[in-house]
Design a protein around this ligand. Structure first.
Ligand code: 5GP
Length: 130
């Protein structure tokens, strides 16, 4: 069965898309740790990020970098934190999280509850810089 992220790529489940090319897709996390929290995924479904072949993983990192640079310009933050977990969704993904301090990356922090217009505004602001 296709992962929830493959279904997002296919357009079967809506998302706030940030960027895509033929191999990768970036969209806002639905339960963000901060405004602008974005997930970067390969379109080809692989569960564990380090099972991705070297060339694709390198390309995915560069794609994530481009998205992170746009996030950094759009969202007031000190830097964009990078995290890989994959404990919830078995489809490799890189979390890009705007942070101002180390504790902003703590998983125990409460997640933000944003309404659709806020997600749309954030996505629009990031896409402006891509
Ligand atoms: P992880 O697998 O890295 O532990 O966490 C998965 C992440 O995917 C979580 O931050 C969660 O909020 C996010 N997520 C799970 N389901 C969806 C979804 O349907 N849409 C979006 N945009 N994000 C999701």
């Amino acid at each position: 069965m296709a992962s929830i992220f493959s279904r997002i790529v296919a357009g079967e489940i809506p998302s706030y898309k940030i960027a895509e090319n033929d191999k990768f897709f970036a969209f806002l996390d639905i339960n963000p740790m901060a405004k602008g929290h974005t997930l970067v995924i390969p379109k080809h479904e692989v569960d564990y990020i380090f099972d991705i072949d070297d060339t694709t993983l390198a390309e995915m990192t560069v794609f994530a970098k481009q998205v992170a640079e746009a996030i950094k310009k759009a969202i007031p933050c000190q830097r964009v934190g990078v995290m890989v977990l994959g404990m919830e969704v078995p489809h490799a993904h890189i979390h890009l999280i705007p942070i101002v301090k180390e504790s902003d990356m703590l998983l125990s922090n409460p997640k933000l509850k944003l309404e659709a217009p806020e997600f749309e505004e954030i996505a629009h602001a990031i896409k402006f810089y891509l």
